[in-house]
Design a protein around this ligand. Sequence first.
Ligand code: ADP
Length: 190
Amino acid sequence: MLNIVLFGPPGAGKGTQSEKIIAKYNLTHISTGDLFRKHLSEGTDLGKLAQKYMDEGKLVPDEVVIGMVDEKINSTTDTSGFILDGFPRTVPQAQALDKLMEAKGQPISGMIALEVPEDILKSRIKERGKTSGRTDDQDENKINTRIKVYLDETLPVASYYEKQGKLSKINGVGAINEIFDQISSVIDKY
Ligand code: ADP
C-alpha cells in the first residue's frame, strides 16, 4: 500500500499533481477541500457547517474534518492506497491520521511537500479564481487569511513528518511534468 500525504500551501499545485499521481499509481484521492465543496453543493449539514469557515479562509474544526476522512478511508475497500490532499492541515489531524492508518495496519508512506514562494502562490490562486468559481480564490483578504493560516497552523505538520523521517521537499515552481517526475522518483523509493 502507498499512503501519501501531498502537502503545500494553497495554490501549490496539490490538486494538479494529485491527478497525475492517481493516474500513474492507481490511488484513491482524498481531498478534504473537494469533499467539503461536494457537501456544500449537496446542501448537507456537514456542508452547511463547513461553509462559514471556508468562506472566511479559516480551518474547519479538527473533529469535523477527522470524522469525514475516517468515514471515507474506512468505507473504501479494494484500493492500492490513498493520496491525501489538503489533509492533515493541523498536528492533531496528523496524529489522528496516524492512529487511523496504524489501526488498519497501513501506515503513512511519506509526505511530499511542494514548495512555492508566496508571490507566485497569490498570482496562481487569483488566476484559478477566474475559472474555478471558488469565492475563496477571488478575494485578496481571503487569500491572505488562507496563507496566514497555512503558516501558523499547517506548516508545523511538515515538522511532524520530518521527525518521523518521512518528509520529502519538492520545488513546486516549474513545468507540471518536471515537478511530477520529481514526485514520482520520491514515490518509487517508498
Ligand atoms: P486550498 O488548499 O486551495 O486553500 P482546499 O480546497 O484544500 O483549498 O480547501 C478549501 C477550504 O476547505 C479551506 O480553506 C478550509 O476552510 C477547508 N478545509 C479543507 N481541508 C481542510 C482541513 N484538512 N482542515 C480544516 N479545513 C479544511
